[in-house]
Ligand binder design. Structure first.
Ligand SMILES: C[S@@+](CC[C@H](N)C(=O)[O-])C[C@H]1O[C@@H](n2cnc3c(N)ncnc32)[C@H](O)[C@@H]1O
Length: 219
């Protein structure tokens, strides 16, 4: 809730909420900051994809997973987020040369305009985004976009707060998951290849339990 110039109370939109957070904090101060995104790297190593195939990080924020993909030679990387401030920070960190290797998409996965036009995505990577979608229509839209853009035989990595994990993040409620709930969410077209629990720690040392999952879409 914020107060406008006219003194009226107004709900902060999701976009404003995230933009304000990314404006206020350095990427390394965010509670979800990872110096090295180890669990995502582990699951990526299980995917058989060519480095020129499209890889989409949904809700990429200022994630170091993008740095890793570039450094590994992936040449068709798409970073999507509803916060242009987050993506702007990531661009600055990468520097002009590396940033030019990434396709940048500012979009809301629950009200997509541009993301749904992507096709043949070989890897969909979501760390800590789906769990913010509480409404059924938001989850349905997320799944509909995922099914439109991920190619047959493509991979899906989803990491969410686990059932023992936090119930809120940045003041927003989250929906907690385990691997069976994520498998049920994606449906029969997706085979669960791997999953594990992983406890991340915030920069101040607070444990954050996640569930990490890797799926493959049937060919
Ligand atoms: C907890 S952060 C995780 C960021 C990144 N995946 C990482 O691991 O560092 C959640 C991210 O999801 C983005 N986000 C939240 N809701 C979104 C939505 N509806 N559509 C697209 N991005 C969203 C936020 O802007 C934020 O960057």
């Amino acid at each position: 809730m914020r107060i406008t110039h006219s003194g009226k109370a107004m709900h902060t939109s999701t976009k404003e909420h995230w933009n304000e957070i990314y404006e206020a904090l350095d990427a390394t101060e965010l509670t979800w900051y990872e110096e090295i995104p180890e669990p995502s790297i582990r699951l990526l190593s299980e995917c058989h994809i060519n480095k020129d195939e499209p890889v989409l990080d949904v809700g990429a924020g200022a994630s170091t997973f993008i740095d890793y993909l570039i450094d590994q030679g992936f040449s068709n990387i798409i970073a999507a987020d509803l916060s242009e401030i987050a993506l702007g920070k990531l661009k600055v960190r990468l520097g002009r040369e590396k940033a030019s290797l990434v396709r940048w998409v500012v979009d809301d996965i629950t009200e997509p305009v541009n993301i749904q036009d992507l096709r043949n995505i070989a890897l969909w990577h979501d760390r800590a985004v789906l769990h913010f979608l509480l409404e059924e229509n938001q989850r349905r839209m997320y799944l509909s976009v995922l099914k439109k853009v991920v190619k047959k035989g493509g991979y899906v990595i989803i990491a969410a707060f686990s059932l023992t994990g936090a119930k809120k993040c940045t003041g927003l409620d989250v929906r907690n998951y385990d691997h069976t709930m994520l498998a049920e969410f994606l449906g029969e077209d997706f085979i669960l290849l791997d999953h594990f629990d992983y406890t991340d720690h915030t920069p101040s040392g607070v444990p954050k339990p996640y569930v990490y999952t890797l799926f493959r879409r049937k060919s």
